[in-house]
Write a protein that binds this ligand. Structure first.
Ligand code: B12
Length: 294
């Protein structure tokens, strides 16, 4: 069975990211300015590398103020306060096309998923989380925003190359009782971008299930997101969990809004990361010295 290529953009995706019309993109392809491939049905598909070559040849840079815009945000550009605010507004307005353009534009401009998560997604959701206090529709907007963001991140996942057959494995999950979907999804994508064969068990994962998954997959790394408070009475369960993950041969990383000093102490010698950027750096270092999986 042939594998689906994950590094190809549709003409619509590239047009949205550049803030131009789809017909301009098609014309550039037909004139040979952008190298493209055709699907068996004859549709144009642009490898991400070719899109980046085109942007460089045209002098389109992340900080170029003369760039086309999508709404009030330059379609391509850095992850900054403005792009995060526009991402928030697009999600709250349920305008997925605009949110997609902002997200994919940052990716095409060279930002990695970790900095997109820390600099764009997290601050946008911090503000979205305040909406319910002043607006009854705030909770509705929050739920839609999470759903929309998941859709967009899963689309972006298609742009990350598949892991090599001998890539080190990793398992990610949300803590027991933790309903939050975005953090484990993002953590698994950050790992994939760093060359791991990463799988997410999603939210509400019992600790023993995480141990089982790390054992089954001979994982080099296990990461847990903790976004709901853990009582100090649970500290010994976390300590046992940390030991079990070590026995399974994996390094344990924990992160998330509700990692406090009691939990951090209980899971020692696990690594505690306060951001996805820190996590990405740790994962890259680990992979560098990683033995091949059995
Ligand atoms: C969406 C949301 C929900 C949704 C979640 C939907 C879903 N299934 O995902 C729902 C509706 C379920 C929900 C419920 C509740 N929520 Co809520 N929710 C949020 C909101 C708006 C966004 C959370 C989110 O996904 N953020 C995006 C992620 C990417 O950001 P992040 O979690 O900060 O993660 C970053 C870092 O922490 C780190 N990180 C996270 N995990 C990991 C893991 C690893 C390994 C690493 C390295 C790093 C890392 O990297 C990420 C990127 O930078 C937040 C606001 C906020 N400030 O975050 C409120 C918020 C967390 N919720 C809050 C509240 C009060 C609740 C409820 C109690 C409301 C209620 N009365 O029912 C319930 C509690 C649910 C529970 N069982 O505990 C409060 C918490 C206040 C507090 N003091 O703790 C917040 C802060 C809103 C607010 N300002 O009042 N919520």
């Amino acid at each position: 069975m042939s594998q689906r290529r994950t590094d190809l953009l549709t003409t619509r995706q590239l047009a949205d990211s550049l803030g131009v019309s789809e017909s301009s993109v098609k014309r550039w392809i037909d004139e040979g300015e952008i190298a493209a491939e055709r699907t068996s049905g004859g549709h144009r598909r642009v490898p991400i590398a070719a899109a980046m070559r085109f942007m460089r040849a045209r002098g389109i840079r992340p900080t170029d103020g003369s760039m086309p815009t999508h709404g009030s945000t330059p379609a391509l550009g850095p992850v900054d306060d403005r792009s995060s605010q526009d991402f928030e507004l697009a999600l709250v307005a349920d305008d997925l096309d605009r949110a997609r353009a902002i997200l994919s534009g940052r990716f095409l401009s060279g930002a990695d998923l970790a900095s997109i998560a820390d600099g764009l997604v997290r601050p946008a959701f911090e503000r979205i989380g305040e909406l319910w206090k002043c607006d009854r529709a705030g909770i509705m907007a929050e739920h839609r925003a999470v759903d929309g963001c998941i859709t967009l991140l899963k689309e972006l996942a298609n742009w990350i190359p598949r892991p090599d057959a001998d890539a080190p494995r990793a398992v990610v999950c949300g803590a027991p009782g933790d309903p939050y979907l975005l953090p484990p999804l993002i953590a698994s994508l950050v790992l994939r971008e760093r060359g791991f064969d990463a799988r997410s068990l999603g939210p509400f994962t019992p600790l023993e299930t995480m141990v089982l998954a790390c054992t089954r997959h001979s994982a080099l790394l296990g990461a847990v997101s903790v976004s709901v408070p853990q009582s100090s009475r649970q500290a010994h369960e976390w300590a046992e969990f940390s030991s079990a993950i070590s026995r399974a041969g994996a390094r344990l990383v924990i992160g998330g809004r509700c990692v406090d000093p009691v939990l951090a102490k209980a899971v020692q010698p696990a690594v505690v990361c306060s951001s996805m950027t820190e996590f990405a750096a740790y994962a890259s270092g680990l992979r560098h010295g990683a033995p091949k999986p059995k």
